[in-house]
Write a protein that binds this ligand. Structure first.
Ligand SMILES: C[S@@+](CC[C@H](N)C(=O)[O-])C[C@H]1O[C@@H](n2cnc3c(N)ncnc32)[C@H](O)[C@@H]1O
Length: 439
């Protein structure tokens, strides 16, 4: 009997089957709960620190997305482009605004009349929004007019930070993204941070608006907390283990430029007791930073210093190795502003100094098969988010190289750490190469 010829559909289906089998074996071997839509199903797919299981999950997500798109077909995809997602967002907006997730019990179900009474939503509108959500795995209609949680909707019932993810999408992202054409027309070549789609939508800068609307600031903070704890993010602890901090000489100084209250420096300091740290950020963070660093038991080696990173850099090589560390700073600024941040740092660098940038490294323009499509979609969305809100961007390797060279011709990339040590970000080490390098 001749083998059935492999078609794009069957090839993708095979990929799905083989990766699903790898995951099923891993889940069984580690006695983990099976993924399920059930309200008691696990809220996280699997811990992703196992490389093989993690790769299988990524391949499963990519192949199933491709199979789905192929099965829908080009015309149907375009015809219904984002239709579902847009109205799912609309439904979730209403459900979260009226506290529906918190009012559906996590055990058993609730009738529409009772839920309408509890939430103040009209009895005729509520089930329409709920059914849209249920068609997308948020909530389930157990019997006509009776709704219960799935594991998906339970995430919203349990955690206000998760609800802030829904809030941020409709309250700030949606009106901002709707201004993309206006943004492109109004600011085709601007490097200025206020020339954004956000400004066109809200009449203010992103953080200027937040200052005048403290509730938005609070909810944005909740959104960031949920977002940064996600699967696609790198924790402070992973940064502490990704770079060869241990190879830096005893007493080396790490200058964490724009380091906030120092949560990344604290994690690196805990893992590497031979290093000293100076966190530089706005002075109004000083008290919070001091008590945070004390609580982490690193206050003797990690100091906070008020410093505006556009001013002359106060730290210097001091006869030892100095690492100027910038995590998630450059992606908030256009190239012109990045140069203004980097120039004072380069002026303070000596032959032993490193400039260590931690940010996304976008896939290069050549097709990069090693970059999973779902992850690429995510970082491209982050890139456009930076454009929309800050007139800034994420950068590919060549963009980074050119940016550094435009600051100082001697500033060259000497090392890059990425996957599998880091999931989303890369650590890009640069040094002034025509100086007398010591390893
Ligand atoms: C996206 S956060 C990154 C914080 C930290 N590096 C991290 O990885 O979590 C950007 C930080 O830059 C700081 N920042 C913004 N403008 C600054 C400036 N002109 N001088 C110093 N710090 C600044 C902010 O206060 C904030 O802490």
């Amino acid at each position: 009997m001749s083998a059935t010829p492999r078609t794009p559909l069957s090839q993708l289906a095979d990929e799905i089957a083989s990766n699903a089998a790898i995951l099923a074996d891993y889940i069984k071997a580690n006695e983990l709960p099976q993924p399920s839509f059930d309200v008691d199903g696990p809220l996280q797919f699997i811990p992703t620190d196992d490389e093989k299981a993690s790769a299988a999950r990524t391949a499963l997500i990519d192949a199933s997305r491709a199979l789905h798109t192929l099965a829908v077909g080009p015309k149907e995809t375009t015809r219904y482009f984002c239709y579902n997602e847009l109205y799912l967002l609309g439904a979730m907006q209403v459900l979260c605004h009226f506290s529906v997730p918190q009012n559906v019990p996590t055990e058993g179900g609730i009738g529409v009349s009772e839920l309408a009474l509890k939430t103040g939503l009209s009895e005729s509108l509520l089930p329409r929004f709920l059914r849209m959500a249920a068609a997308n795995f948020y909530f389930v209609e157990r019997e006509p007019g009776v709704f219960a949680h799935t594991a998906w909707s339970k995430t919203l019932a349990m955690d206000e930070n998760m609800r802030a993810c829904v809030w941020f999408r409709y309250a700030e992202m949606l009106p901002t993204v709707a201004k993309f054409v206006d943004m492109v027309e109004a600011y085709p070549n601007s490097a200025e941070p206020q020339d954004t789609a956000f400004h066109l939508a809200f009449g203010d800068t992103f953080f200027g608006f937040k200052e005048k609307h403290p509730d938005n600031m609070l909810r944005f903070g909740q959104f960031i907390k949920a977002f940064s704890e996600g699967d696609a993010q790198d924790s402070a602890e992973s940064v502490a283990h990704a770079y060869a901090w241990e190879k830096l000489p005893q007493g080396s100084l790490v200058v964490d430029v724009g380091g906030g209250i120092g949560h990344v420096s604290a994690a690196v300091a805990q893992a590497h007791p031979h290093l000293r740290f100076q966190i530089q950020d706005f002075g109004d963070l000083a008290d919070e930073a001091a008590s945070f660093l004390k609580s982490r038991g690193v206050a003797d080696r990690v100091q906070f210093r008020a410093h505006n990173f556009f001013d002359a850099q106060p730290a210097s090589e001091e006869g030892g190795v100095t690492v100027f560390f910038l995590r998630n700073i450059m992606h908030n600024w256009s190239d012109a502003y990045c140069r203004r941040i980097l120039k004072p740092i380069v002026a303070a660098m000596g032959p032993e100094s490193r400039l260590l940038v931690c940010d996304i490294i976008l896939p290069s323009i050549e097709p990069d098969a090693a970059y999973p499509k779902a992850q690429e979609t995510f970082v491209r969305a982050v890139d456009l988010t930076m454009q929309a809100f800050m007139n800034a961007k994420e950068r590919a390797y060549d963009d980074w190289r050119q940016l550094f060279a435009s600051v100082d011709g001697r500033l060259c990339i000497t090392n890059v750490v990425g996957k599998p040590k880091l999931k989303r970000d890369g650590l890009i080490e640069t040094r002034l190469v025509d100086m007398d390098l010591a390893n």
